[in-house]
Design a protein around this ligand. Structure first.
Ligand code: CA
Ligand code: CA
Length: 72
């Protein structure tokens, strides 16, 4: 059950990770939100959201951080 959820979560994460390096930057997040939701957010709003999920302080969101946020 957890595996199915993790696979689904990984697919979502991969949509945000545009360049496929395993980390979502504020810039990637902002672009994908604009594309998927048609809503514009500023670079600083995107960075704020990433920072709120970022636990290792690199200011990017890894899958582990994304997954932890989903299960938080
Ligand atoms: Ca990336
Ligand atoms: Ca991080």
């Amino acid at each position: 059950m957890a595996d199915i959820m993790e696979t689904a979560a990984r697919k979502v994460f991969e949509r945000y990770d545009v360049d496929g390096d395993g980390l979502v930057t504020a810039d990637e997040y902002r672009k994908v939100v604009a594309e998927l939701e048609g809503s514009e957010i500023t670079e600083s709003q995107a960075q704020e959201l990433i920072d709120s999920l970022d636990t290792n302080g690199d200011r990017q969101m890894s899958f582990e951080e994304f997954w932890a946020a989903m299960n938080g």
